[in-house]
Design a protein around this ligand. Structure first.
Ligand code: MV4
Length: 449
């Protein structure tokens, strides 16, 4: 096992990793920009190294600075958290070239899943159901028209180098294909420096269901069920739950089994998420994320497992501490993402926290790097906390969320907290009857006046 791990991240996820390290008897090293000198992750880690100016390009994304911080502190492994360097194959290669361990999958697996056509082909070969669509890339408009005519409209055009919703265009009918195709291509070129696109049948009212997987890197793989993350705004998740309110135990075992088997066959190492659209009882693979995700705590709650601890164990060459048979779902968990943003437009709201009080009590977990008097810098993501509740069933989790929202205090900046109390009053949220378009429609009707 490692003696010392460097955490190449900030905020709540840096604390999350430091906590796992401390429980495992591992020393932790924080890195930080000059803007984060007073940040909680710097205070909580055993050591801290300043790696650059506020801009993340020059600090948290600076490969050489992060590697130097390992060198000077003697850290043997790097945990990337999510975002930043977590899915950067070139960085993983550099980490390995320096004789260090990246706590995550291989550069090769990251590269394979980063290219969305290769990811889909890989998934299909491994027996994962995929969205019907083009065979590989679509090189020109004539091909696009032919593919669309064959599978039927509506269709969606996606960037091969994209993901997470960037560079997608829908063509509802043949009249739209010309514009959709050329816009998708030029946006892909501008955003990713790669204009390759592919096409899929457009699903009109799916849920976003993602399966948590873990590979031991030695041909073993397990799944930890699914999360429903359909409630999103502009491709940013807002509210996540596990298990999915629309997924039965039988479906979980079936799709989970398929995913675990695929991960095993790939020889995948560490935590991963296989994303699906789910419509009319069918799962359709769209992408795989090769990192620990923001919403991992809802899975931790219902399975009673520490996913960061497992990531560290696997990276150190140890076996997973559980088998598939050891894993079962207990109750229901919900996470809400607390952003320093001003409603109704979700404009960033950095600034000084004049008062902070975390909620507590049975079934309540608050992951946050906030403290009284902390100043949220304007340079980074606006996520300032995650409130996770766990109950014996979904109604109990909802009641606990409502109760915890009444206890929490975040003063001095605007936050997305008022949104959650309003959502809890909605019959569709109470019953779990929503899809990927529900939140945007609700926001348009309820906030924009
Ligand atoms: C789709 C789709 C409908 N049909 N693909 C958006 C993010 C990216 N990961 C995939 N996305 C979508 N792909 C087909 N064939 C609709 C979306 C989509 C979406 C997906 C998940 C969560 C929220 C979404 C919001 C709008 C569109």
């Amino acid at each position: 096992m490692f003696d010392k791990i460097l955490i190449a991240n900030r905020g709540e996820i840096a604390l999350r990793v430091i906590r796992a390290c401390r429980e495992m008897g591992i020393q932790s090293v924080a890195v930080h920009s000059t803007a984060d000198a007073e940040a909680m992750h710097v205070r909580m880690a055993d050591e801290a190294v300043c790696i650059g100016p506020p801009s993340s390009t020059d600090s948290y994304l600076n490969h050489a600075a992060v590697l130097s911080a390992c060198e000077v502190t003697g850290a043997q492994a790097i945990h990337p958290g999510y975002g930043f360097l977590s899915e950067n194959a070139a960085f993983v290669q550099a980490v390995e070239d320096h004789g260090l361990t990246f706590i995550g999958p291989s550069a090769e697996h990251i590269r394979q899943m980063g290219d969305k056509i290769t990811a889909k082909e890989t998934a299909e070969k491994l027996g994962i159901p995929v969205v019907p669509g083009s065979e590989g890339g679509v090189p020109d408009l004539a091909t696009a028209k032919k593919v669309a005519a064959d599978m039927g409209y509506p269709v969606i055009i996606k960037a091969t180098a994209g993901g997470g919703g960037r560079g997608m265009k829908v063509a509802a009918t043949e009249k739209d294909i010309d514009t959709a195709f050329s816009t998708a291509r030029s946006e892909a070129k501008a955003a990713f420096g790669n204009d390759e696109v592919y096409m899929e049948k457009y699903l009109q009212k799916p849920r976003h269901i993602e399966v948590q997987v873990f590979g031991d890197g030695k041909g073993g793989g397990v799944h930890l069920g699914e999360r429903d993350c359909s409630l999103q705004r502009r491709h940013q998740k807002v509210f996540e739950e596990a298990p999915g309110p629309s997924i039965s135990a039988k479906e979980r075992a079936r799709i989970g089994g398929i995913c675990a088997n695929a991960i095993a066959k790939m020889g995948y190492s560490g935590a991963g998420t296989i994303e699906f659209l789910y419509e009319d009882g069918e799962f359709y693979f769209i992408e795989m994320n090769t990192r620990l995700q923001v919403e991992h705590p809802v899975t931790e709650a219902i399975f009673g497992q520490d996913l960061v601890r497992e990531q560290i164990r696997v990276a150190a060459g140890q076996p997973l501490s559980f088998t598939q048979d050891d894993l079962s779902v207990t109750g229901h968990a919900i996470e809400v993402r607390i952003n320093a943003e001003k409603l109704p437009n979700f404009a960033p709201s950095p600034g000084k926290i004049t008062q902070f009080h975390a909620p507590g009590g049975l079934g309540v977990r608050m992951d946050s790097a906030l403290y009284d008097g902390y100043t949220i810098p304007p340079y980074y993501d606006s996520l300032i906390g995650k409130l996770i509740v766990h109950g014996r069933d979904r109604p109990e989790a909802l009641a606990r969320l409502w109760r915890a929202l009444g206890e929490i205090i975040v003063d001095g900046v605007d936050t997305t907290l008022p949104l959650f109390s309003a959502l809890l009053a909605e019959p569709d949220i109470q019953s779990g009857d929503y899809n990927i378009h529900w939140l945007e429609k609700w926001l348009a009707q309820n906030l924009e006046d």
